[in-house]
Design a protein around this ligand. Structure first.
Ligand code: MG
Length: 403
């Protein structure tokens, strides 16, 4: 039997930067961290603008540095920390978050900022050779090839925490092998199907943001909940899997599994399929990624298979949920099409949540933006950021013209 990795209990605790600390992933991370004070310390907590919640987290976890992306809330955070007697540095602005992700106050970065806004900090962590716990899938969709290059050059390690990719990581042999050499035939991502699984297109015409955000299994932020309802979340994850694991579009499939208990699978040349199962609770993936290659308690009980009884699977309906088909189209086209897709989707979802775009209009807007901005070769990050802005402008115009 091959030797198992030796647990290094005497090693210094990991020091974390949690970017997106007041969100759903941030909360799950801190829950795991609080169970293992001997293993993890919190060095940096960063959030968008919720100063009240961030101050409470600082009082509990005592980071060296707290950062708000929205500079207008910095004074409010300082005041709250002072009144609670919490002594920590305070900064604000997205550049401060990126600097902290690559700086000395952490060796491990939980990248859980939503959207393209997370790109700079994700890249900074990769370049600085940190252990990168990646939940910010948009940065992979936007700049996957350059992010993977930064990671190789930085010499750090990326452990995916998106539940599907974490499952695939767990089902692959260790050490990021070339998939063909490892005998991998296919990566199979499971999809819950979202709150509108089984519905017809016509019945989705008048969907409200609150209906779209009521996910049956996972408790998540509003942007990813809408992505999950359109199946764009799965589309983004197909693209994410392509970059993280080096799999071509034809070797990545999606199967709908409404129970969200099988988090994804890897199919091998000999006909074996390895799956990772568990409750739909992000603490499992986070605990795995935090402690890897060791295993620690995540506060999540194992599944009771007898009471689960059966597992159900079905093919996705890409005619009703066109966003998934658009993501495959983008992956086959290559170049910077992922950047355009992601930007158009972020704008369309924001417009839907603001009540200025109907649910079915999300896919229409993305399709039109992709048509107007055909893919170009990926050059560097500044060029991608420019394309991102151009795609946002185009999406804005499409949304306005529809209203
Ligand atoms: Mg996921």
């Amino acid at each position: 039997m091959p030797a198992m990795p030796t647990p290094s209990r005497a090693a210094a605790p990991r020091t974390l930067a949690i970017l997106g600390a007041t969100g759903s992933i941030g909360g799950s991370t801190l829950d795991v961290v609080a169970r293992h004070p001997d293993r993890f310390r919190v060095g940096v907590l960063a959030a968008h603008r919720n100063s009240e919640k961030l101050a409470a987290l600082c009082a509990r976890f005592r980071p060296e540095l707290a950062i708000l992306a929205d500079a207008s809330m910095e004074q409010d955070l300082r005041r709250r920390l002072r009144s609670q007697g919490v002594d920590c540095q305070v900064q604000s602005g997205m550049p401060a978050i990126a600097e902290a992700a690559g700086g000395d106050a952490c060796d491990t970065v939980v990248a859980a900022i939503v959207g393209a806004a997370g790109l700079d900090s994700t890249l900074a962590a990769a370049r600085a050779g940190k252990r990168l716990l990646l939940a910010n899938k948009e940065s992979v969709v936007m700049a996957g090839a350059l992010l993977m290059q930064a990671l190789r050059e930085g010499g750090g390690e990326l452990i995916p925490v998106d539940s599907e990719h974490n499952a695939i990581f767990q089902c692959l042999p260790g050490g990021r092998p070339a998939l063909d050499k490892a005998g991998v035939r296919r990566l199979l991502l499971t999809a819950s199907g979202g709150p509108f699984r089984g519905r017809s297109r016509a019945s989705l015409r008048d969907i409200t943001p609150d209906q779209a955000c009521a996910h049956p299994n996972w408790d998540m932020g509003r942007k990813i909940s809408v992505d999950s309802a359109t199946l764009m979340n799965k589309g983004l994850e197909v693209i994410e899997a392509h970059y993280l694991f080096g799999a071509p579009a034809d070797a990545i499939d999606v199967v709908v599994h409404a129970q969200s208990l099988v988090h994804s699978l890897v199919e091998y040349a000999d006909g074996s399929m390895l799956a990772q199962l568990g409750h739909p609770d992000m603490r499992t993936a986070l605990a795995h990624a935090l402690a890897w290659p060791e295993r620690i308690d995540a506060g999540v009980p194992a599944l009771d298979l007898a009471s689960v009884g059966q597992l159900d699977f079905e093919a996705p309906d890409t005619d009703t949920f066109r966003c998934l088909a658009l993501a495959y189209q983008v992956l086959r086209e290559g170049g910077d099409a992922g950047t355009v897709l992601n930007a158009a989707n972020e704008m369309a979802v924001a417009a839907f949540l603001a009540g200025t775009l109907p649910f079915l209009g999300i896919a229409d807007v993305i399709e039109q933006v992709l048509e107007e901005l055909p893919p170009q070769a990926v050059v560097d990050i500044p060029t991608l950021v420019e394309r991102d802005l151009m795609a946002r402008d185009t999406a804005r115009r499409c949304i306005r013209l529809r209203c």
